[in-house]
Design a protein around this ligand. Structure first.
Ligand code: SAH
Ligand code: SF4
Ligand code: F3S
Length: 470
């Protein structure tokens, strides 16, 4: 047997990319690839790119410049290193990448990762391979027919893709162009994935999609299921103790989703619900198709069925035409809702999107100043939310050994990291923890009460996946 080849993946962007990176690892495992954490000994380096931020492509090109040096060095040492560019910049730039960075062997868009082995073979025989089409027939071919090892648990918490793409066309956003139209996976395939993950000791599932609550997958009986219906089905799967979903759009919160929060104890009371702005004028210019009051009403519907529910959000400051008054409306909305945390970004024009042609731009200085004011407000809310946990006893799902010897880290319902001194046997279990203090963003506490013996299947030492903002 030939020695394993080493694969290094560097991922940027949203949780979809984190998930896709695992899928690429799984797709390449049968080809003899094993993961390595360093570029230097890699036989294949994949840059899994994101196109959401300013100068995203330029950053990819400078990274590729550095990789070319590594590739040359490997060649001098008699080793061949291949370079692949994946993700949303690959989708947006296509063959242009190879023109500007000839060291690149493969360019592959998010819809074609299941073709990676063939693309690598084609690059070997033809020198280069590019695939950034949106296949019409089976966009989920890659997800629908995983290799035997593909559904492999890597910890107690796992992502499962339920839908991809977006039809919303917010005027600032590239996602509808890089990820294509919205498509939902059939219920049976998702249930299958979750059953297999549960068999492998996974306790928490986060359903992901660019617009996860627009989910409208085909049910086993041929009818269309909503996200709420899907969550009800998944909550029945033995072993699955926690369910989450991300990212939602305020317009797609239907009654079945609210009912799921009312009825399912496993559905965590923490929802990422981006609003972007508190000003109706700006929301209209963004083509969000909801007003600030619509958003407040959506929040109220969640709160009516679960008093302990908390929210996070995304905000854009300095969208073209945003006045001080518009920005004040955003601050007012944040004060009124009270977030457990939020991501805030300065608006940056994405070429090809309608907002990129809007003329009334906000100055860099104003954007900076608004970002600071918004972040101060949000940081204060987040700190207050975290401090409120001190002295309380909360359920923690333990995930892995922490960096400090003897400590085990898990997460609360609100994804706050919580550390306790305990035996690694508790990994995979949900146990009550009395919170004693807060250190930066981590809660420190003690297990309360006796610790029952863990089920054998729950003993895992692998690290799990964190939710990371885009
Ligand atoms: N589908 C999700 C998230 C999409 S991208 C949603 O609809 O909410 C993640 C976040 O990046 C967005 O919520 C937005 O706040 C930010 N973002 C997207 N495009 C941007 C741009 N051109 N400039 C600044 N921030 C942007
Ligand atoms: Fe982008 Fe989200 Fe708007 Fe879709 S809904 S266009 S992904 S910001
Ligand atoms: Fe970025 Fe693409 Fe995700 S642009 S945020 S990696 S969908």
């Amino acid at each position: 047997m030939s020695p394993p080849r080493k694969l290094h993946i560097k991922s940027y962007g949203c949780q979809m990319n984190v998930y896709d990176a695992q899928r690429m690892v799984d797709t390449l495992a049968p080809e003899g690839f094993v993961e390595t954490s360093s570029v230097d000994d890699a036989d294949l380096v994949i840059l899994n790119t994101c196109h959401i931020r300013e100068k995203a492509s330029e950053k990819v090109y400078s990274e590729l410049g550095r990789l070319r040096v590594a590739k040359d060095e490997a060649a001098r040492a008699g080793r061949q290193m291949s370079i692949a560019v994946a993700g949303c910049v690959a989708q947006a730039e296509g063959a242009e990448i190879i023109r500007r960075a000839p060291a690149v062997d493969v360019v592959v868009g998010p819809q074609s990762y299941h073709h990676l082995p063939q693309l690598l073979a084609r690059a070997k025989s033809h020198g280069r391979a590019v695939e950034t089409e949106f296949p019409v027939e089976d966009k989920f071919g890659f997800l629908a027919a995983p290799k035997p090892a593909a559904i492999r648990a890597r910890g107690v918490s796992s992502f499962v893709t339920v839908q991809e793409g977006c039809d919303k066309f917010c005027t600032f956003c590239v996602v509808p162009y890089t990820r294509g139209a919205e498509v939902s996976r059939p219920v049976a395939k998702i249930v299958d994935d979750v059953l297999r993950l549960a068999d492998n000791g996974v306790r928490e599932i986060t359903l992901i999609g660019q617009n996860v609550n627009a989910y409208h997958g085909e049910g086993p009986e041929g009818r269309t299921w909503s996200l709420g219906a899907l969550l009800h089905r998944l909550a029945d799967i033995p072993g699955i103790a926690r369910l989450r979903y991300s990212t939602s759009h305020p317009r797609d919160v239907d009654d079945t989703l609210i009912a799921a929060h009312r009825d399912l104890p496993a559905l965590m009371p923490f929802v990422h619900l981006p609003v972007q702005s508190g000003s109706d004028r700006i929301l209209a210019a963004m083509n969000r198709k909801h007003s600030a009051d619509d958003y407040r009403r959506v929040i109220d519907r969640f709160r009516a069925v679960r008093q302990d529910i908390a929210f996070s959000s995304d905000f854009i400051v300095g969208f073209p035409g945003e006045s001080e008054e518009d920005f004040a409306a955003t601050l007012a909305l944040v004060r009124q809702i009270g977030y457990a945390g939020a991501y805030s970004f300065k608006y940056s024009p994405r070429p090809g999107t309608p907002a990129a042609d809007m003329r009334e731009t906000v100055s860099a200085a104003e954007m900076d100043e608004r970002l600071v004011r918004l972040q101060e407000l949000i940081d204060g809310q987040q700190a207050a939310f975290n401090l409120a946990a001190i002295g309380s006893t909360v359920d923690v799902l333990f995930e892995r050994a922490a960096r400090n010897p003897g400590q085990i880290v898990g997460r609360t319902a609100y994804l706050q990291p919580a550390h306790v001194m305990a035996s690694p046997d508790i990994i995979g279990q949900i146990l009550p923890v009395t919170i004693a203090s807060l250190e930066r963003y981590s809660l420190l506490g003690e297990l309360s009460g006796a610790v029952p013996a863990p089920p054998a299947s729950a003993r895992m030492t692998d690290s799990s996946h964190m939710i990371t903002g885009a």
